[in-house]
Write a protein that binds this ligand. Structure first.
Ligand SMILES: [Zn+2]
Ligand SMILES: [Zn+2]
Length: 316
């Protein structure tokens, strides 16, 4: 971690002193700023200056103009001045990209705004979990969404992924990446932070208005137990089988390790305790939902409360 000027270090670009404090910008004005090739090139160039640990580093007017390749100084100045404030800050004779500009460049480079990315459809190393079905699961990437499905049944697990992820990985690698992403989303939501917009989100078990069963084309029992999450900020909502809330629990990880079974990066669909029909409502007041994790005749039981916290676990 290197600091310049004594007050700014890694990830501290928007704070520290009055010079770097910016007003809130309207989302439309920020997108309008980037709707110009020269300005986008300036932002990318300044992001490259800050690329090492988000250090506060910039470039002078002349350096920047040379790097972006604009001959007309007046024209270049016009575009640079437009960026100053919302995305760029002037510090002495150097121009620096604000942290929000770094985030925008990351989103642009991921292909999220430019995709759709190349579609993909491939069999992967996991089979459908239904007892009467041994078809391999199919990984499908389409319109920036990755899903695992059985051709005879339905979609099991999926989430949005940017095109750059799909461009650089095989189908099996994408399964593991998708599952890591989904688990992070679940962990974040359970910590009260929306995985989509970072606003406050609330989990509830048993969930109210679960909609999962209406999205998949098989008959599920009416009384299926799901945890639901709703974000007030962006409006996103999703349902989870309660088992998905314990995948990262240390007792579950240790139980799988003890039985020499891999668990990291494995799709929920291949972990029986995450299936939709698992989880027993043992008590309603207080809410206690029991999840049994079984391997080789051994059992680990975990109990969740109404906010999906693990309140007890017991190994048989
Ligand atoms: Zn199947
Ligand atoms: Zn949200």
């Amino acid at each position: 971690m290197v600091e310049r000027g004594g007050s700014r270090g890694v990830g501290n670009g928007d704070g520290g002193d009055g010079q770097t404090t910016a007003e809130d910008a309207d989302p439309t004005s920020v997108f309008e700023l980037l709707a110009d090739e020269t300005r986008l090139a300036i932002v990318r160039e300044l992001a490259a200056e800050r690329q090492s640990n988000w250090q506060w580093a910039g470039a002078t007017f002349a350096e920047l103009r040379r790097a972006v390749g604009v001959e007309d100084a007046g024209n270049f100045s016009y575009h640079l001045e437009k960026l100053c404030g919302p995305l760029v800050v002037k510090d002495g004779d150097e121009y620096h990209l604000r942290n929000r500009g770094m985030q925008l460049v990351g989103a642009v480079e991921s292909g999220r705004y430019t995709g759709p990315g190349d579609p993909m459809r491939e069999n992967v190393d996991y089979d459908c979990p239904y007892p009467d079905c041994d078809r391999p699961l199919v990984a499908v990437y389409e319109d920036q969404y990755f899903r695992l499905r059985c051709p005879a049944h339905h979609v099991f697990n999926g989430t949005a992924l940017p095109p750059v992820a799909a461009d650089h990985h095989t189908a099996d690698e994408l399964v593991a990446i998708t599952m890591l992403e989904m688990r992070q989303q679940v962990q974040r939501a359970r910590a009260g932070v929306c995985p989509n917009c970072w606003g406050p989100i609330e989990g509830q078990l048993p969930g109210t208005d679960a909609s999962l069963s209406s999205q998949i084309d098989v008959d599920l029992p009416e009384d299926i137990l799901l945890a639901t999450f709703d974000c007030d900020q962006c409006g996103i909502s999703f349902d989870l089988p309660p088992g998905a809330c314990v995948v990262e629990h240390p007792a579950v990880v240790a139980f799988y390790r003890h039985h020499d079974e891999p668990i990291r990066g494995r799709p929920y669909v291949t972990l029986p305790f995450c299936h939709l029909d698992r989880g027993a409502l043992e008590s309603e007041d207080p809410v206690r939902v029991r999840i049994d994790v079984r391997l080789d005749g051994d059992r680990l039981s975990l109990w969740l409360d109404e906010e999906t916290n693990v309140v007890e676990c017991e190994r048989e």
